[in-house]
Design a protein around this ligand. Sequence first.
Ligand SMILES: Nc1ncnc2c1ncn2[C@@H]1O[C@H](COP(=O)(O)OP(=O)(O)O)[C@@H](O)[C@H]1O
Ligand SMILES: O=C(CO)[C@@H](O)[C@H](O)COP(=O)(O)O
Length: 456
Amino acid sequence: MTLVAGVDSSTQSCKVVIRDAESGALVREGRAPHPDGTEVHPDHWWTALQSAIEQAGGLADVAAVSVGAQQHGMVCLDEDGEVVRPALLWNDTRSAGAATDLVAELGGPKAWAEAVGSVPVASFTVTKLRWLAANEPDNARRTRSVCLPHDWLTWRLAGRPGTITTDRGDASGTGYWSPATGEYRTDLLELAMGRVPELPRVLGPAEQAGTAEQGGALLAPGTGDNMAAALGVGMRPGDVVVSIGTSGTAFAVAEGPSADPSGAVAGFADATGRYLPLVCTLNAARVLDAAARMLRVTPQELSDLALRAPAGADGLVLVPYLEGERTPNRPDATGSLHGLRLGNSTPEHLARAAVEGMLCGLADALDALGLEPQRVLLIGGGARSEAVRRIAPTVFGRPVLVPTPGEYVADGAAKQAAWLLSGDPEPPVWDTGATERYEADPTSGLRERYHEAAQE
Ligand SMILES: Nc1ncnc2c1ncn2[C@@H]1O[C@H](COP(=O)(O)OP(=O)(O)O)[C@@H](O)[C@H]1O
Ligand SMILES: O=C(CO)[C@@H](O)[C@H](O)COP(=O)(O)O
């Protein structure tokens, strides 16, 4: 049996799956937590990766490895390859002002959408580099090269060779690489930080990134976590995936690049040579964590409570902007409760309002894609909640399909590793198991009440 390993180094944790390259059967797995916060030293990712690999039985018998990781994070390296400062993550909003300035300086949102497929908000690496240049000029001066979380981990697995690599998917989240042309826009880096640092070489899908220093496994290019999830789920044309992790994302696979001047849809590239239009919110599974904390219940109890309350929570609306928000672009917003009355001030109503509020944000993301999906697939840690699965169709106004809960980002990375080994023109097709279908009537007036509350 030939084994491949896939890594998901996402916001809250690192997961490793080891699968049979031929059938995709799961052989071993491991996981380790990441520290909290929106600014994290990459060494923590490395430590978590080592312990997740150890828990998964090591890589000695693995033929190829691929790393999927949270998108956008700014990793700055000095001339010795040492990390200059903790990485600013995708959900760090301190560069919101830098984003506004950069958008204006290039001539507005349309100019950015045309240049790189996306209008940068605080999540995008380019805005973090502007923030660095303006606020930490010494660190900016010491920065010889800039890369992303998956680039850095792949480079570390390879034993820190001379060249750092990335892939189309992750490069498309920087704000200085164009999915339409496949080229870096170094002029935009010049605009952001006054000079052009060294950048990773952008590999094609299934192009080898190197060889692991320990054990000698081939290293696949890796990619951003959403691109890896698209591979892992085995998305078909007409599918939209809604992922409920730390971020909430809605995305589809497209044959051509996109450029949405409203900024809602990021025009990313995917990991197969195609494209991945995506809408991202900052507030998803952790809204449920926060509600469970406030109610002093477990996630399972939160789900039970939410399902005991009436649809629409008798008018109680939770606007879930606990981390500010990215779509809509409201980096300084906070969460709020609306419509509180004596009759709906119960744990059941609050639990329901948290699930519905989080899903209303995702319903807007789904709508913003502007597609008429044939299937909506729900994945990510939050999709493990029974309440989320059963309430989603009442908010989205359409049925949802839930694949067997699993690690689809790590699975997609493992699939990319198997693809590298096969040398085939397309990634392998693995049996991803059954999906469960959830269908329910839409809750009347819920999204209207949410929109009204979110405006305030
Ligand atoms: N049964 C559950 N009910 C509700 N939330 C859950 C459940 N299981 C996991 N989660 C939540 O999922 C989140 C982690 O999801 P994951 O997709 O792994 O995130 P990320 O990839 O961003 O690190 C956590 O916030 C966790 O609380
Ligand atoms: O910023 C985005 C997408 O543009 C996020 O989706 C990050 O890629 C983090 O993902 P998770 O840790 O939530 O999976």
